[in-house]
Ligand binder design. Structure first.
Ligand SMILES: [Zn+2]
Length: 392
């Protein structure tokens, strides 16, 4: 069984939205009340209230605040779970003798989700929520048959959109697809990535446009006076661009990682952590870092479905050598790899991808660059050249 989350947007009516906001506010109230109780018990009597104790206290809380009876009881119990998680951090720091602060209370608009565990909701054509009724929901994909929905989290974004996130357990079916065995890819600034077959995939233009827009808007935003209406407006605008950018970027990363995993069993990449240490003085701390990390994460979990592997290699020398073993030094400005020994002329990132593949799958990891060009004898140069290096 595999855990997976399906996130669908839903559209409550005005009345339903009003009720949902009330839920969130009641949930926030409960969170703060229960947290206060737990902190006080700890401070005054050195007692660690368990989740069980907190669940029991809900009875009293409901007596004092009858409006809490309008909210599904599992939602309230789930709040106690969140308090427990928030406190885990506190206890951990206590153990390591750091001076921990208690988990913080949630201010207005700082509580934006509630969770149903197991009951209180039903998903058919519409989404049924207890005490709310049926709401319109857009399912851009169907949850697989035979899978178990474990929890539902209702989330409001800071741009006031509503999402239903279903946490689902489903059976894994190893996919039967026709794949080639090996490929190397080089993540870069010039191309999003280049592969050892000679393909280059670029960052889509719409992403770059949005990134520019984001930079401009956040500059404008910082000039607005704190607490002003204009600042509030520009914050909302900024949040909208952020959201759009992040959605579109994730779509792009999903699409590209899916393509690679469907076509290749084993994928070689550079280890990003080492690469950051080695090459950081070239690479400006950019949005790319986050994208690359996310991309590798996606590759890793997708590759699990097909039984393949991601191999991370040490990035040393993947940009300054030729497939023939000759050293070809290039500054970042030079985009074409030209070797005066074997005559190959090729996109520099494609050459890097070929080297990455060879290092990963021909076991030249320890020898590359350390013992000179002889180290390349066990690389099948000719084969690699014929199959992959499409000389321009
Ligand atoms: Zn060469």
């Amino acid at each position: 069984m595999q855990k997976r989350t399906y996130k669908f947007r839903f559209y409550p009516s005005k009345q339903q939205e009003y009720e949902l906001y009330k839920f969130l506010e009641l949930a926030r109230f409960t969170y703060n009340k229960q947290l206060e109780l737990k902190i006080n018990k700890y401070k005054e009597e050195n007692i660690n209230l368990t989740q069980f104790d907190l669940n029991n206290n809900l009875i009293k809380l409901k007596e004092d605040n009858p409006e809490l009876k309008n909210i599904h009881s599992q939602i309230l119990q789930e709040i106690n779970k969140r308090i427990k998680f928030a406190f885990n951090n506190f206890y951990r720091k206590l153990k390591t003798k750091e001076n921990p602060g208690f988990p913080r209370f949630k201010g207005r608009n700082r509580y934006d989700s509630i969770t149903y565990s197991q009951s209180g909701f039903k998903l058919n054509k519409k989404l049924y929520l207890s005490k709310i009724g049926e709401v319109n929901i857009v399912k851009h994909r169907e949850i697989k048959e035979n899978s178990k929905i474990k929890t539902l989290t209702i989330k409001k974004t800071c741009t006031n959109k509503w999402f239903a996130c279903f946490s689902v357990e489903e059976e894994i079916h190893k996919k039967q697809i026709k794949q080639e065995s090996y490929i190397g890819i080089d993540l870069g600034l010039n191309h999003f990535y280049a592969d050892s077959k000679g393909n280059t995939i670029d960052n889509p233009k719409f992403l770059r446009k949005l990134e520019n827009k984001l930079v401009k808007s956040s500059r404008k935003h910082s000039r607005k006076i704190k607490g002003s209406k204009n600042r509030y407006k520009s914050r909302l605008k900024l949040a909208k661009i952020h959201e759009k950018l992040s959605n579109q970027r994730i779509d792009f990363l999903h699409k590209e990682s899916r393509k690679l995993v469907n076509n290749y069993q084993n994928i070689a990449v550079e280890n990003l952590q080492i690469r950051n240490m080695v090459k950081n003085h070239y690479l400006s701390k950019s949005i790319n870092d986050a994208s690359w990390n996310k991309f590798l994460q996606m590759l890793s979990y997708k590759v699990e479905e097909t039984g393949g592997k991601i191999i991370e290699i040490n990035p040393r020398n993947t940009s300054q050598y030729c497939i023939c073993g000759n050293k070809v030094e290039k500054t970042l400005a030079i985009r074409i790899h030209k070797c005066n020994k074997c005559g190959i002329e090729i996109d520099r990132d494609v050459m890097s991808a070929i080297l990455i593949k060879n290092i990963a799958f021909n076991n030249t990891i320890t020898t590359v660059g350390t013992t000179g060009s002889n180290a390349w004898e066990n690389v099948s140069v000719e084969a690699s050249m014929n199959q992959e290096a499409q000389v321009r």
